[in-house]
Design a protein around this ligand. Structure first.
Ligand code: DGY
Length: 379
């Protein structure tokens, strides 16, 4: 195992009385100011290697008040136990997703857990749209062909793709990101929507209804948006399926060989949520045997690894978990993570509003915790 090197940690606000560790460099300065205003000395790992649990535990040491960690780290009993022993009660994931965090273990050790909702919504939905078009119009495959010097001139049937206007997009999960992607596809491309979700998204349904009225007044066809009771119906009826669900026991391998077999042979499958929602080996088999089927993936089952053969398939578009990678979003995530830890240390209440922009700009940073996912202690 690599030894933790003191050189790999840098310090901000060295005179701060509380100690907060941050396991990766985060973009921007505002997040550091938020922690400094809360009287925190901030110790930041400058390593781009993924830190191990042992390395993070060593960094927590004997005295620590809070931590900001990454989705690539496993925050469970060992780390929450170490935080608790060091006197901390605050942790924030630098992510909106928190499948890497054992909320029960955090509750057991009295650690409150924050996340970063509200700054990834459009950014992630935009990447889902990008992957949808890259998959539908075969842009990766076509670029590789061009770069290989194989383009000898325009041909009537070169890289025929799939047109999406008027088609049906199926959303698995219609929370903030899923419904934003759905609206982008409906408004921009004029697709109908189906969605599979625990709850009815009345706001999305009303939005598409009102938008349809607008379309009709402009002489265009109306669109539909309908919740389906079971995932099978959605998979069978959709031309493009986009996954926007959380990862937990109920969604692990939600898309498996049997369910892939239900999809149209030329359907698109897009995933910007978490890799293990798809049985990746089954997807490789399916893409091999269904050359007209296309997948667009931002996330992988065992990141950073990919299932054997996935990267060899021309009908799969892959990007390395970058759906939230814009400067604005990544700085926003840093600000929210810092505000979570600072707010917990200062005993602030929960923000409780969807709009988090007051945290991102201006001098009056709300005295509140923007994102909290803490589970109450098991009885
Ligand atoms: C998150 O925040 O959960 C995203 O996956 C990061 O891109």
């Amino acid at each position: 195992m690599k030894k933790m090197d003191a050189q790999q940690w840098r310090i901000e606000n060295s005179a701060g009385k509380k100690r907060v560790i941050v396991t990766k460099e985060l973009p921007g300065r505002r997040w550091i100011e938020i922690l400094a205003r809360a009287d925190c000395r901030v110790e930041i790992s400058t390593s781009t290697d993924m830190l191990t649990t042992a390395q993070i535990k060593a960094a927590i040491g004997n005295r620590c008040d809070g931590a900001i960690g990454q989705l690539t780290e496993s925050w469970g009993k060992e780390l929450f136990g170490a935080l608790n022993a060091a006197g901390a009660n605050a942790y924030s994931n630098y992510a909106v997703g928190f499948n890497n965090v054992d909320l029960d273990a955090a509750a057991e050790y009295g650690i409150q857990v924050g996340n970063t909702p509200g700054v990834l919504t459009e950014t992630t939905a935009e990447m889902a749209v990008a992957l949808t078009f890259a998959a539908a119009r075969r842009t990766g495959e076509a670029e590789r062909y061009l770069r290989a010097g194989r383009f000898t001139g325009w041909l009537p049937s070169l890289f025929l793709g799939k047109q999406l206007k008027g088609k049906t997009v199926g959303l698995i999960g219609a929370g903030r990101i899923g419904s934003t992607y759905g609206r982008m596809m409906a408004e921009g491309v004029k697709t109908n929507l189906l969605y599979y979700s625990l709850h009815t998204n009345q706001e999305l349904e009303n939005y598409i209804k009102d938008y349809s009225t607008f379309l009709v007044t402009h002489g265009q066809d109306p669109l539909t948006c309908r919740r389906v009771k079971n995932i099978e119906t959605l998979l069978q009826a959709s031309d493009c399926v986009s996954i926007h669900t959380v990862l937990d026991d109920s969604t692990h391998h939600l898309i498996n060989a049997q369910r892939l077999a239900l999809m149209k042979p030329d359907a698109l499958l897009i995933n910007t949520s978490r890799g293990p929602v798809i049985d990746e080996a089954a997807l490789v088999d399916h893409c091999r045997t269904h050359p007209d089927f296309r997948a667009g993936l931002d996330v992988f089952e065992q990141e950073p690894k990919m299932a054997s053969g996935l990267d060899q398939l021309d009908n799969v578009v892959i990007v390395p978990h970058i759906a939230s990678a814009t400067g604005w979003t990544r700085q926003g995530m840093a600000i929210l993570a810092a505000a979570n830890v600072a707010g917990l240390l200062l005993g602030y209440p929960l923000w409780g509003k969807t709009d988090i922009t007051p945290f991102l700009e201006g001098d009056n940073i709300p005295k509140a915790i923007p994102g909290l996912v803490t589970r109450s202690k098991a009885k």
